[in-house]
Design a protein around this ligand. Structure first.
Ligand SMILES: [Zn+2]
Length: 184
């Protein structure tokens, strides 16, 4: 144990910089779930700051990156809800992956967004599930804009999920109109 008063500033500095950096457990979880994907973590962690100046958007994306935004699957394990099932389809467990990408209702929603962006020549290829979750790191045109749109789309999904019935109706209405739906 160190006695702080006996240490010089240089020694204190050395102790801090030599401290082991604890990697977030979420990194490992993402890598296990997507073993084929090359994660550029520095870039991924910078996305919330590059894509938006809104602190709520940043905080929301940060929670997804650290996997501390919970769906029914986790809440059920914590005994906080009665069912692990997805609020939208009610057939699959509501994991982060399911809620934000795999759910049938949600995939229609992404398709509508992708089609709008393709029409405007902003997006040239389909979004990958992992890109929807952590953001796009590859060098493409309009990267910050697309990452921004991904974040607000996920916030909208989560808002609908959180508000349950009322917002779900609104969400379903948008999906029904998705053929003509434009996001701006
Ligand atoms: Zn679902």
């Amino acid at each position: 144990m160190f006695i702080l008063e006996n240490l010089k500033a240089k020694q204190i500095y050395k102790i801090f910089i030599n401290k082991d950096v604890i990697e977030p457990t979420s990194k490992l979880k993402y890598q296990q779930k997507y073993p084929e994907y090359t994660f550029e973590w520095e870039e991924i962690y910078s996305i919330p700051y590059k894509a938006t100046i809104d602190t709520k958007h940043r905080e929301f994306q940060w929670k997804i990156l650290h996997r501390i935004l919970y769906g029914n699957s986790s809440l059920y394990k914590m005994q906080l809800v009665d069912s692990p099932l997805c609020i939208f389809c009610k057939t699959e467990n509501e994991t982060l992956e399911h809620l934000f990408f795999r759910c049938k209702l949600i995939s229609n929603f992404w398709m509508a967004i992708e089609n709008s962006l393709k029409t405007e020549q902003i997006l040239l290829s389909r979004l990958l599930e992992i890109e929807v979750l952590v953001g796009i790191t590859k060098e493409i045109k309009y990267k910050n804009l697309i990452n921004f749109l991904i974040i607000i789309a996920k916030r909208f999904i989560y808002f609908c999920r959180y508000k349950k019935n009322n917002a779900c109706k609104q969400f379903r209405f948008i999906l029904e109109k998705s053929k003509t739906y434009r996001i701006y």
